[in-house]
Design a protein around this ligand. Structure first.
Ligand SMILES: *Cc1c(COP(=O)(O)O)cnc(C)c1O
Length: 371
């Protein structure tokens, strides 16, 4: 049996007809970039996450980049983000001409540690970027408290967490902006790149709409040097079809997660992902910890048995060559460094059959028994 980490072909086959129809309609309309389809999707996403506005852009990375630029920071201003996250979180900070400051995560959640955040705040801190990693909200109340009292902006990196909630509030409505990605591996993935920013601030919304079209609020009257970062109408049309299935897909992921929790939870040396906040975890990834230095061995064993897995993420950002200029050192953020050695994401996609999941579970149990 083969179990990929994610089965995008199965998703496409299930939706092929409506997608082909929507693509044909969009192409026939002649409006291929932004336009009515993108506007319609923006309205749906804003409603969905409970924000006043949504602004489509070219990718989740650009959503972060535009969000930071929309704050009009000064040279030397700092933006704090976790060191255990996808590269784009911090890459966007640098490309927005701000200085990234890395903080450690909490062991149980893989998300930004509010205590580490408090220690890292300086007079230069102008924004904080909590990442809702793997589909679970960061611990937002303490983060929002720390930021609001100091006038620091909060940019949610919600690329992996569309549809998740925190204490009854929806991800995407908590920060000054929230950034979503429609990269195909995300819970709401397009058939290509795409991104979206949500905000309830009219000023930030206006800045974002200006920045995504080269910094012009009025055509050909450019106020600043912005970007070409627009969402394609084809992607918007496809995403609207998929949006109808998002809740069901999240439920299927949650069911798969419960099955894993029950089957793998009791195993010594394997730690299942924990629910650390009150709210819906949407399991963009189901990320276990494999202790005792055995992570790579288990991954190899899964591969030999036709099961896909991935290490998200093998390096904390402060140890990457790209950020050497910030002089991060081994030992600076020990929880993240350990997570990078233990984390292993296993198949959780909604189309996974009970047989496939049973096979993954038995293969892991078989490996554990031989240790
Ligand atoms: C995927 C992702 C991004 C970037 O999104 P793209 O659409 O791939 O540019 C940013 N942050 C996190 C946490 C992500 O998972």
């Amino acid at each position: 049996m083969q179990v990929p980490l994610l089965d995008l072909k199965a998703q496409y086959q299930a939706l092929r007809e409506p997608i082909m129809k929507a693509v044909d309609e969009t192409l026939a309309s002649g409006a291929w970039i932004l336009g009515p389809k993108v506007k319609e999707l923006e309205g749906m996403i804003a409603d969905r996450v409970g924000a006043n506005a949504a602004i489509g852009c070219a990718s989740g990375t650009d959503a972060l980049l535009l969000s930071i630029r929309a704050l009009h920071l000064q040279p030397g201003d700092e933006v704090i983000c976790p060191t255990f996250t996808f590269f784009a979180s911090a890459g966007a900070i640098v490309n927005a001409r701000a200085v990234p400051v890395f903080v450690d995560v909490d062991e149980d959640s893989f998300n930004m540690s509010p205590a580490a955040l408090e220690r890292a705040i300086t007079d230069k801190t102008k924004a904080v970027m909590p990442v809702h990693l793997f589909g679970q909200s960061a611990e937002m109340d303490p983060i929002l408290d720390l930021c609001k009292s100091r006038g620091i902006a909060v940019i949610e990196d919600a690329a992996q967490s569309i549809g998740s909630t925190y204490k009854g509030r929806r991800i995407g409505s908590l920060g000054d902006t929230a950034c979503f990605s429609f990269y195909p591996t995300k819970n709401l993935g397009g058939n290509g790149d795409g991104g979206m920013i949500t905000t309830s601030s009219e000023e930030i919304e206006s800045n974002l709409r200006m920045l995504r079209v080269h910094g012009a609020r009025t055509k050909y009257y450019n106020e600043e040097v912005g970007f070409n970062s627009r969402l394609d109408a084809i992607q918007a049309a496809i995403l609207m079809i998929k949006l109808e299935h998002l809740s069901d897909w999240a439920k299927a992921r949650q069911t798969n997660a419960r099955n894993y929790d029950e089957a793998l939870g009791p195993i010594d040396g394997i730690v299942c992902p924990k629910k650390t906040v009150e709210g819906d975890h949407v399991y963009n990834q189901y990320t276990i910890r494999v202790q005792k230095g055995e992570r790579d061995a288990l991954r190899e064993h899964l591969k030999e048995h036709g099961i896909g897995s991935e290490v998200y993420y093998p390096y904390p950002l402060h140890l990457l060559p790209a950020f050497q200029c910030l002089e991060g050192m081994e030992g600076d953020h020990p929880v993240s460094e350990n997570a990078a050695k233990e984390a292993l994401s296993i198949p959780i996609f909604p189309e996974m059959t009970p047989d496939q999941q049973g096979y993954v579970i038995e293969t892991i149990k078989g490996w554990v028994a031989k240790q």
